[in-house]
Design a protein around this ligand. Sequence first.
Ligand code: SAM
Length: 265
Amino acid sequence: MGRRPKLGQHFLRDRAVRARIAEAAVESGDTALEIGPGQGALTKHLVRRANRVVALEIDPVLAAALRSACGAPPNLLVVRGDVIEADLAGLVAPAHRSRAVLVGNLPYYITSPILRAAFAAKKAFRRATFLMQREVAERAVACGGKRFGLLSCLCQLHSEPRLLFRVPSRAFSPPPAVESALVRFELRSGCPPTGLLAFLRACLAAPRKTLRNNLAGRYPSGLVAMHANAGKRAQQIGLDGLMRMWESLEKAEPSGPAAVGADRE
Ligand code: SAM
């Protein structure tokens, strides 16, 4: 079967790693939606653990061969499609949603869009467990410091992410140029409050600038300067600190950003 490098096809060869991922991702009774099953390296473990597995693969050749590669188990449904365009929640029957999880050894070139799609579909899933580039995994879980950024905020607003273990390149064939790590996202219900994401984006627009500078123009002059963290950078106070700052600025100036013409979302 010809490999398509543009689709991020690095197949997991290490049996022990595959088993550990399936164990971390799925409990018995779960419905698992696997993103990018490829040749079925992980799928074979998932069908043994889960009640039902829906496997979403973009490559038509791999998708056509997947059922028989896995021994045609009755609890496997293969869907040919693009994860970015698919209705992820719609792939899980409403009756199974309370026990539905997302899992995948991701195509790394679209990790961020997949995370956004997973968060957008979180009403249907309780958890997502993804193998991704190690650096991205570290950004997802960072509470501060040089890896902390908008991706950290998004991941932590929508879930409780935990980096479970690293996976070396030699566990894949062909080996990717980067190291990998498994992250489990326990998805939170509810959405971030209106306006918060726009505030976070502004705080992180120039990561080396202080919050006072990044927020210039969003609130009346002087208001931000009065805040205890105004002279710090976003990475120094992390998501909790930024959220507290947003709440106190909004309380002091509920119509602040709109009043000075900045967009709120
Ligand atoms: N799960 C397999 C494994 O662990 O060996 C394959 C993982 S490989 C890193 C990523 C898989 O995602 C490939 O099979 C690739 O064809 C598939 N893929 C790439 N882009 C995709 C997309 N947009 N939608 C769905 N699957 C995609």
